[in-house]
Design a protein around this ligand. Structure first.
Ligand SMILES: Cc1cc2nc3c(=O)[nH]c(=O)nc-3n(C[C@H](O)[C@H](O)[C@H](O)COP(=O)(O)O)c2cc1C
Length: 204
């Protein structure tokens, strides 16, 4: 859409607010086939491109891991675990290897940091990437998929990060597990927003 064109789809309807309020993650082990194929994933990522992004840096990078690539990620997790905990027994290794195999699609997300940017510090680039992830989560859920954002120590482990091709300066935001919920998704009670809102009254 050209930037001068008037956007008409901004009306905030009750449906959209209900959708946002009802958003809920689905456990990775409750995500089965089908997952979005590459074409649909690209369409879902279109929503991530409208995330707020100071300086229009587009720091977000998405790495899709599906099919046999999940076994290679399991190999990577095993390698990292054995380096971290050389005494890990077979059960621990098997448990860890099973993690990337829980869902049909994983999207690893990293913020590719532009260092020494004159206006946008690294933390803002991570925030922009986090916003992009949330747009992806919402786009997936709006399309009928189940989704959950996970990290755990592997997300920040040097062996795993290097194996995924992330450079040292880049910041892992997490692994987005995507698939179709294998059981109905139950509603979740959320905290009252008023508990998290206050007015600034402190005198200057
Ligand atoms: C950056 C980030 C990393 C997360 N990593 C994990 C994780 O490793 N394990 C986990 O159980 N939940 C993790 N979560 C929380 C889940 O994504 C999810 O929010 C949680 O299961 C609660 O479900 P809900 O989103 O429906 O409230 C993480 C959330 C964020 C924002």
């Amino acid at each position: 859409m050209p930037e001068t064109e008037i956007r008409t789809e901004t009306a905030v309807t009750a449906d959209i607010l209900d959708f946002l309020t009802g958003r809920k993650s689905v456990k990775a082990q409750l995500l089965g086939d089908p997952a979005p194929d590459d074409e649909e994933l690209e369409a879902l990522l279109t929503a991530a491109m409208s995330a707020p992004d100071h300086g229009a840096i587009r720091p977000w990078r998405f790495l899709s891991i599906r099919g046999d690539a999940r076994n290679r990620l399991a190999d990577l997790f095993e390698k990292a675990l054995k380096l971290r905990e050389p005494e890990a027994d077979d059960d621990a290794v098997a448990k860890f290897r099973s993690k990337p195999l829980r869902s049909p699609l994983i999207v690893a997300v990293v913020a590719e940091i532009t260092e020494n940017h004159p206006k946008v510090p690294p933390v803002e680039q991570v925030v922009a990437t986090s916003c992009a992830v949330q747009h992806l989560l919402l786009a997936c859920e709006a399309s009928g998929y189940g989704v959950v954002l996970l990290t755990g120590w592997p997300a920040f482990d040097d062996t795993v990060r290097a194996g995924l091709g992330f450079s040292e300066k880049d910041v892992t935001v997490g692994f987005v597990y995507i698939g179709t919920p294998t059981e109905p998704v139950r509603k979740k009670v959320r905290p009252e927003a008023s508990k998290y809102l206050s007015s600034w009254t402190k005198p200057v």
